[in-house]
Design a protein around this ligand. Structure first.
Ligand SMILES: [Zn+2]
Ligand SMILES: [Zn+2]
Length: 303
């Protein structure tokens, strides 16, 4: 497979690519399960968890700050090098290029929980089995149904964005790098092949599975169960647990009410690590034009 993705190329064989993605993810899940079983016996070491948590943090900020708040919603502006860094951190999650992710996400907002929403859990029948089918769809099924190669709708702004196009073209390089970094760090710090393998497993494969499930849980759980406070035209909800592990993305109902806001946690107690990060970057002069609703706008929307 080429390291490069050409956003101008057109392919008639989308299905082959979709199948390859699903097979690759199933292999990744299988390796994760096997790895956890094998290494549980030999005990998880602090370095394993440090590599897992370090790469996880980088990836979750890449998705939340980069793919979502910056590239999908232009909730703030920043310098070219920071845009590139956030895009690369998100590419490392193996969730698709900037352009494909943003295209799918903008379709989700445009048709939220209606025909045309690529990953709604609410379009698969009523009752218990409808929900089970919905969960299956959001966590795996939709990956086999959407387009992964151009042309992508709703992303005309990104097609002329040089940073995005350059990062996208090197997509597989970032994915491979995300597996190599924890492998090399693990091997170097322990001076052993077992350390390298542990790094690959915990900082590479298990981390990818974990980040996928957190991202897809926001799309599934936050459209099925949780609390609502605004009369939005969808079934989005807020989830404290998901907000904590996704660094703020779990305030998904707030986000549907104010999609262009850089701030998802709207109440003082709604912890939103990504928003804290944006505020810190703004203080440092690295981001500007940060969008957030006023208290009055929030109250008006509640009534
Ligand atoms: Zn949503
Ligand atoms: Zn969004």
């Amino acid at each position: 497979m080429s390291l490069f993705i050409d956003n101008d190329c057109k392919t008639d064989d989308q299905q082959q690519l979709r199948n390859a993605i699903v097979v690759a993810l199933l292999v990744v899940v299988f390796i994760t399960a096997a790895g956890v079983i094998i290494f549980w016996e030999r005990q998880v070491q602090p370095l394993d968890l440090a590599l897992l948590f370090g790469m996880y943090t980088l990836n979750i900020f890449g998705i939340g700050l980069g793919y979502h708040r910056l590239f999908s919603h232009a909730a703030f502006q920043t310098r070219a090098w920071l845009r590139a860094l956030l895009a690369i951190a998100a590419c490392m999650t193996f969730q698709g290029t900037v352009t494909s992710w943003v295209s799918h996400h903008r379709a989700h907002h445009r048709y939220a929980d209606k025909d045309g929403d690529v990953h709604s859990p609410n379009l698969h029948g009523k009752g218990f089995w409808g929900k089970i089918l919905g969960l299956w769809h959001v966590h795996l099924g939709w990956l086999n149904k959407v387009n992964w190669t151009p042309p992508f709708p709703y992303v005309s702004d990104l097609l002329s964005d040089r940073v995005v196009q350059t990062v996208d073209r090197l997509y597989f390089l970032w994915v491979i790098l995300s597996l190599l970094i924890p492998t090399i760090v693990g091997g170097t710090l322990t001076h052993s092949w077992e350390g390298a393998l542990r790094g690959f497993l915990w900082g590479g494969i298990i981390r990818i599975v974990l980040v996928h499930q957190v991202t897809y849980s926001v799309n599934s759980i936050c459209h099925l169960w949780g609390k609502r406070r605004f009369a939005t035209d969808d079934q989005s909800t807020n989830s404290l647990l998901l907000a904590l592990i996704s660094f703020g993305e779990g305030w998904h109902h707030n986000h549907h009410a104010f999609p262009n806001s850089a701030k998802a946690g709207l109440m003082w107690w709604e912890i939103d690590l990504s928003w804290l990060c944006i505020m810190a970057l703004e203080r440092l002069g690295l981001v500007w034009n940060v969008k957030a609703p006023t208290q009055k706008q929030i109250e008006l929307k509640r009534s």
